[in-house]
Design a protein around this ligand. Sequence first.
Ligand SMILES: O=P(O)(O)OC[C@H]1O[C@H](OP(=O)(O)OP(=O)(O)O)[C@H](O)[C@@H]1O
Ligand SMILES: O=c1[nH]c(=O)c2nc[nH]c2[nH]1
Ligand SMILES: [Mg+2]
Length: 168
Amino acid sequence: MTDRLPHEKGFHVSWDQLHRDARALAWRLQGQGPGEDGAWRMVVAITRGGMAPAMIAARELDIRLVDTISVKSYSHQTQGAAEIIKTPDMDAVGDGTGVLIIDDLVDTGKTLEVVRALMPKAHVATVYAKPKGRPMVETFITEVSQDTWIFFPWDMALQYVEPYRGKD
Ligand SMILES: O=P(O)(O)OC[C@H]1O[C@H](OP(=O)(O)OP(=O)(O)O)[C@H](O)[C@@H]1O
Ligand SMILES: O=c1[nH]c(=O)c2nc[nH]c2[nH]1
Ligand SMILES: [Mg+2]
């Protein structure tokens, strides 16, 4: 086992940055819904990564109806087939009109492929997007290259690093 990750680039996101970017996403979505005054009816967070940005966006957009969909596809950084293991309340979702689906990021788009099939009329928004999955998302904030791994604050901890001098 190596302590280096098999990805060329890392994009490290702090809690503060995530909060700012999720609020920017909400700002972009505000008034774009199909309801009166462009309101959205409901938020569906894709667990687990979508829950933090969904909570922040729901707060900013004053949406009280929030549900989750659980999709399992990655084990660490290796992807398998995407599978829905828990659906939201489909009576509330209906055909998806006025529903905002929120995730932290789209990478290959496989997760969103199965989510979209369940709620075809919903609006899909992610905070971050990689080029391959970008066509699966209607609204996003920041794009990173396909060979970048995004590190989220819930997967990291502050730790001591050696100064540059003395490393070699
Ligand atoms: O576009 P894709 O290639 O499908 O990848 C994107 C998905 O992968 C990650 O979730 P993951 O399945 O790792 O689960 P988690 O949110 O519970 O960490 C991320 O949060 C997205 O949901
Ligand atoms: O934390 C993560 N960062 C990523 O870049 C990514 N891509 C798929 N799934 C991911 N999870
Ligand atoms: Mg996820």
